[in-house]
Design a protein around this ligand. Sequence first.
Ligand code: CP3
Length: 333
Amino acid sequence: MTPIQDCIINKNTKSKPLWIMRQAGRYLPEFREIRAKNSDFIKLCLNESLSSEITIQPIKRFNFDAAIIFSDILMLPYGLGQEVKFEKGLGPKLGKLDLDLIENVSKDEFSKKLNSVYKSISNVSSNPICKNKDIIGFVGAPWTILIYMINKMSPKKNLSKEIFNDKIFIRKLLSIIEKFLKIHIENQIKAGASIIQIFDSWAGLLEDNISEFIYEPTLNLVQHVKKLDVPVTCFPRGIKDYKNFCEVVKPDMVNIDYNVDPNKIINEIKIPVQGGLDPKILLTDKENLRIEVIKYLQIFKDHPYVFNLGHGILPETKIDMVEELVKTVRDFK
Ligand code: CP3
């Protein structure tokens, strides 16, 4: 059994598997080298040979316990025919959203458009370097995907509040997104994903209708993954009540964000926990990093725990700080 599956299924508390959100990315010089020659991010995600290579870059360097496939949550709107571009410094930019058009996309058409993502998963899972490692497939949660599809850019840059007004439109779009996320999940598992992670990066944006727009659609996805016999991790970043989220949505594991107090959550949550460390700690010094890493390892000593961050690693992170993090986790007894 792979390390994270062992943690989740056997509730193993002895080994603390380790991987890092956004581990295949811009803090790695070998990634930047490939990226410099490939200006179209979506095309790069769809290049199965390069995306497999990028996926295993952090495994080669740090021997992490899991490979997360180099792709993006916004491959979903792309697969539905909405234009998705990444502009330097601006982040994602999406094109016009046409509900009639995306409603009529067929399952085959969608799967064909994303076929190279699935091929990349199967390449990575059959690569000897990934023997006994988890292969993490992922999707964005319906709510987070909806935010990007309607807002057409990161809500960090600008968010028009009118988005929340048309509940009928939201319900319709959420149900289309959910349908295709299920297909995307199924295809990733068929290709060899041993775990699915659901990223709800903008769960914290919603104050009302949390039950209808976050809990229910995410619960539907969680149940879908469980039926396919693969463990599922949820990352409802910024949600106020992780305990309630876990009780309702029932993921197999929950990834906490860096604003969650680990001392509090350990008493509230019975399921395996992943993550928590603030990625900004990696921008400080080694001594401080060791103290913070050990804090999480101590708190979760007798709990099934996967070491990870509380959000993606920052592009300006130095390699030797990641090395120090890996060493601290591996040496902890
Ligand atoms: O290593 C990995 O984690 C695997 C690949 C991965 C990427 N994006 C590659 C990527 C994963 C799991 C994601 C998830 C993702 N993408 C999320 C959820 C997690 C989170 O960070 O909250 C979200 C919201 C996105 C959407 C997205 N993609 C944004 C907002 C941006 C621009 C901002 C940024 O961080 O650059 C991206 C681009 C992106 N996705 C990059 C990478 C490596 C950077 C691309 C570049 O080189 O310019």
